[in-house]
Design a protein around this ligand. Structure first.
Ligand code: 5GP
Ligand code: ZN
Length: 119
C-alpha cells in the first residue's frame, strides 16, 4: 500500500530506529536528522515517516505531509540559527538530479554561502 514501510529502504529504517541517526526534530508525520556526509555546516534531511519514493509522489498522495516537511525544514533552519543568513531546501528528484535514496527527503542546507545556480 502507498506509504507503507519498505523493508529495503534506508530511511524507513531510520524512521523505525533500526538504523541510528542524529535526530534533530520529530513530528507526528516527519523526522529530521543530520546528513551523514554534510555539504554545509547545517545539512539536515527532513523526511516523512511514510514511504514515498520522491517529493512529487508524496505531495500527490499526502499534500498535508508535504507541507509538514516544509514547516519542519523552516524549524530546523531556525533551530540551527541559519534562518537569518539564508538557507536552501532541496528535493533531488530522480537519479539524474542526484537522488540516491528513494524515500522522499528535503535537504536543509545553510551556514555558508550558497552558489546559485547549484551544480
Ligand atoms: P539524495 O542524494 O538522495 O538527494 O540524498 C541522500 C542523502 O542521504 C545524502 O546526502 C547522503 O549523504 C545521506 N545519507 C545516506 N546514507 C545515510 C545514512 O545512513 N545516514 C544519514 N544520516 N544520512 C545518509
Ligand atoms: Zn522508505
Amino acid at each position: 500500500m502507498a506509504g507503507e514501510p519498505q523493508a529495503d529502504c534506508l530511511f524507513c529504517k531510520i524512521v523505525s530506529g533500526e538504523v541510528p541517526a542524529t535526530v534533530v526534530r520529530e513530528s507526528e508525520t516527519t523526522v529530521a536528522f543530520r546528513d551523514i556526509n554534510p555539504k554545509a555546516p547545517t545539512h539536515v534531511l527532513v523526511i516523512p515517516r511514510a514511504h514515498y519514493p520522491d517529493a512529487a509522489s508524496l505531495a500527490a498522495a499526502e499534500p498535508a505531509v508535504a507541507a509538514d516537511i516544509l514547516r519542519e525544514a523552516a524549524a530546523v533552519a531556525a533551530g540551527d540559527q541559519v534562518d537569518a543568513t539564508g538557507y536552501r531546501i532541496v528535493f533531488n528528484t530522480g537519479a539524474g538530479a542526484g537522488q540516491t535514496v528513494f524515500h522522499a527527503h528535503a535537504h536543509v542546507l545553510g551556514g555558508r554561502g550558497l552558489e546559485w545556480p547549484p551544480g
